[in-house]
Design a protein around this ligand. Structure first.
Ligand SMILES: Cc1cc2nc3c(=O)[nH]c(=O)nc-3n(C[C@H](O)[C@H](O)[C@H](O)COP(=O)(O)OP(=O)(O)OC[C@H]3O[C@@H](n4cnc5c(N)ncnc54)[C@H](O)[C@@H]3O)c2cc1C
Length: 366
């Protein structure tokens, strides 16, 4: 059986960022990926927004890693010429009664180190975005969008240049324990094929299943994962906005917002739909609820066609109705020196935070 310094399970943006960081630190790293290419899981189905770090509780990993990750990501995108745009975003109080929530968000952002938010009156917001209807707004100039596929391609290139590799079509199906190592079996094989002192579980929606597949891992320590789908619709015609437009956050998500892709097309979503298991169908029946949600701040959405686009699934550690949980990034040491680092509940802003998560995991294993 071959031995490597580290095995990362999952070639999404987070697993790739972690693997790259470990490889740059001189470790021999293999990423085991179940699918035939990288980034087909959560990392293929999101808004591609570089978040500023506004919403998350001060002191949380989400807040800290989002703010750190944003700076790392803009720098990396610029150096590697990864397509991105610092478009800015408006968070809108549609009615005067929502102003206090906007004030709370501004305070939270300041506590998180986001110091560039600007208050706008309704008239000032409309001067920037004439189709917008609101009482007041917060402008976040450091919010942007990026080409996440190009980002992942670049992370794979860095990993390979540093001597690492991604092993595609290799699903980790069981992990047993050897002296000072974990032994990893692939694609249902009865015998393990690779040994390593360090396993990083970055399996996204399946991260809890990976924990359950580790020999002797206490069942009581495997968290229950809840799945919250976010559906998207494309807005027909020219985009009415040149910035991203967000209403007040709603339970489980950030409110049904308008984002733009790098080609300038407008997209509505994601909403929140709780599921028992991941599923990616977008039902046309949801279009009316999208129209109603978005019409509050963009009334002319009623004149536009909404075309079902795609859906992503959030890996939630909190059940519907419970307060959102923070990212879990934890290290467990086994007798004999083997280490397991688990990344659980890496929902939004996981893309923004990915490079900072890579740095954190590398430090955790120092
Ligand atoms: C609707 C939605 C919108 C979002 N919008 C944003 C946004 O705008 N900005 C932002 O910063 N974040 C956003 N996010 C969050 C971001 O997309 C995720 O945090 C990030 O993509 C998670 O990446 P990951 O690598 O952890 O998971 P994934 O991309 O899912 O990668 C996990 C990988 O593990 C593989 N795998 C699973 N089990 C095994 C196994 N046993 N063996 C081998 N491989 C395995 C899977 O095939 C998959 O490729 C959004 C998320 C959602 C759902």
């Amino acid at each position: 059986m071959d031995t490597v310094d580290a095995i990362v399970i999952g070639a999404g943006v987070v697993g790739l960022a972690v693997a790259r960081e470990l490889a740059l630190a001189g470790r021999e790293v293999i990423v085991a990926e179940a699918e035939s290419t990288f980034g087909t899981g959560i990392s293929a189905r999101h808004s591609e927004v570089i978040h500023a770090g506004i919403y998350y509780p001060p002191g949380s990993l989400k807040a800290k890693l989002c703010v750190e990750g944003k700076a790392l990501l803009y720098d990396y995108c610029e150096r590697r010429r990864i397509p991105h745009k610092r478009l800015g975003k408006l968070i809108v109080a549609v009615e005067r009664t929502e102003r206090s929530r906007l004030e709370e968000l501004a305070e939270r952002a300041a506590a998180n180190g986001v110091a560039d938010l600007q208050w706008l009156t309704g008239a000032e917001a409309r001067a920037l975005e004439p189709e917008l209807v609101c009482d007041s707004a917060l402008l976040s100039p450091s919010t942007g969008i990026l080409d996440s596929h190009a980002l992942m391609q670049s992370l794979v290139a860095d990993l390979e240049a540093a001597g690492g590799a991604v092993a595609y079509d290799n699903r980790v199906t069981s992990i047993s324990r050897g002296p000072g190592v974990f032994e990893v079996a692939i694609n249902g094989a009865p015998e393990p094929c690779l040994a390593t002192p360090l396993v990083i579980n970055a399996a996204g929606l399946e991260a809890a299943d990976v924990l359950a597949s580790i020999e002797g891992f206490p069942r009581s320590d495997v968290p229950k994962m809840y799945f919250c789908k976010g559906n998207y619709f494309t807005l027909s015609g020219k985009s009415p906005f040149s910035r991203l437009i967000y209403p007040m956050p709603a339970a489980g998500g950030l409110g049904t917002h308008v984002t733009l892709d790098l080609a300038g097309r407008a997209r509505l979503g994601p909403d929140t739909e709780w599921l028992d298991a991941p599923c990616y169908d977008v039902s046309e029946d949801r279009a009316e609820a999208f129209r109603t949600a978005v019409a509050r701040y963009f009334p002319k959405v009623r004149d536009r066609n909404l075309v079902p686009a795609y859906a992503g699934v959030r890996p939630k550690l909190a059940a519907p109705g419970e307060t959102d949980r923070d990212f879990v990034i934890s290290r467990q040491d086994e007798n004999g020196g083997a280490r397991l680092i688990s990344l659980l509940g890496i929902e939004s802003p996981g893309l923004t935070a990915s490079l900072a998560i890579g740095t954190k995991v590398a430090l955790l294993d120092d």
